[in-house]
Design a protein around this ligand. Sequence first.
Ligand code: NG1
Ligand code: MG
Length: 515
Amino acid sequence: MAGNVPVTQSLDDIYPQDALESQRKRWSNLLSSFKEAYGRPAEFVSRSPGRVNLIGEHIDYSLYEVIPMAVTADVLLAVAVSPANGSPTVRIQNVQSDKFATRSFTIAHDGEVDIDPTSHEWTNYFKSGLRGATQLLKKHAVAGIGQLNIDILADGTVPAGGGLSSSAAFVCASALAVMRAHGQETVDKKELVELAVVSERAVGVNSGGMDQAASVFSQRGSALYVAFQPELSARTIEFPQTHTPLTFVIAQSFVAADKHVTAPVCYNLRVVECTLAARVLASICGLKNLPDDSSPLGFSLRSFHDSYFKKKGAVGDDVKDFRSQLDQLVHIVDNYLPQEEGYTRQQISELIGTSVDELEKRYMTKFPVRADSFKLRQRALHVFGEAVRVLKFMDLLQSPAPSDDKESEELLKSLGNLLNDTQESCRDIYECSCPELDELCKLARSAGAYGSRLTGAGWGGCSVHLVPQDKVEAVKKAWEEKYYNKRFPDMDAAKLQDAIVVSKPGSGSTLFQVA
Ligand code: NG1
Ligand code: MG
């Protein structure tokens, strides 16, 4: 999956057949609006899609494998560049100008920009992509940093705060646009993902790397298996041929998951809890000289995992071994992290052999969290259990094609059960679901879905469902009648229309050269 971001002049390379007509209109509107706004034509369009995560929730920042896929919804940035005489300036507008105000800001001569992570400002995502790209341009000693005026018109169809990772799509598209603006026509996918992961953290969320990997690496028609250890890598997975085609339906809960508000008690707190669980387990197991890793706080459950078995002298990384390792780790957590009620800062400090001050400084300062107790046991159990489910899901997807309808039905049911188990773990152990998401899952299952769960960070946002094709309408109807119409009787038809999407795997980031 390595290689460069594709460059194209044809929308056929980007979108599936049935989306082409509406995309052509959208793109032509974008390009003509650009001309109107800036009095010159756009030179290129940088594009990156949203994603839905099929399985592997809240384990990317613990460096375990995940299986997302890109969706068709995406972020487009039409761009034109010119040399700056005075202060290099970025002018940025959005097609939805009523929602996203037009901005302009200057870039320092070393290419740097200020980002205020406390303000929830849409252009922060552009700035964070710009910042990441600038680092990479410097690394490659590219000329012209901090010497360009850049005009941008953005058009995004990934709903913001809707769990399909509009943020990663925006950051990836932005970083890609800035690379191209500096003459880089070949942009290495892996470098782009790595910079986008780090730069998205500048916006205040201590994110893992799944979303950016899915946005950049995806290929139309396939899901993606993303690994973070020993280094970032991805490969495509074909869906098996089944009697009813494998169909994933995405449903919005319309509970806005505003990570910038909830991060200190939700997302960022989970990252801290997982890191501390890893530290405490490593201490209890007598592991020393622990290496730093690429996870947000520099040590992860995966690094604990690897160090533990390395010390035990385990070799070989075949999947069966790996799965039995994860099962052993569940036992270790069960025995050595018994406190259901959580662990206080004092207790954790003692277990790790550090002071509370040090603990807070190292793990809770850059991204503050609000908690008196940290549920190390539950979080570690979810992570190891979810890592096993990803392995099982992958095995099922790669098993020999079912030979008859009965086998095929079995396969789909098994996949669905894994999704349901994930939902249960997210709800009860990881505590990242919410009543609305639980309800969408319950309704879908009753109407015939094989499996249902939240997708993305949770606490609102989106859900994903594996549904037999002939049950899609029944599931939709159940949601409409029992969820959307009841909870949102006043919602306008257009918004409701967007609530449910039958999603096919879409293509990843692309540079479009305007003719
Ligand atoms: P969302 O909130 O759906 O973009 C977040 C993280 C992912 C991953 C999932 C949970 C960011 C940018 N993304 O996704 O890395 O940890 O939650 O699996 O924060
Ligand atoms: Mg996001």
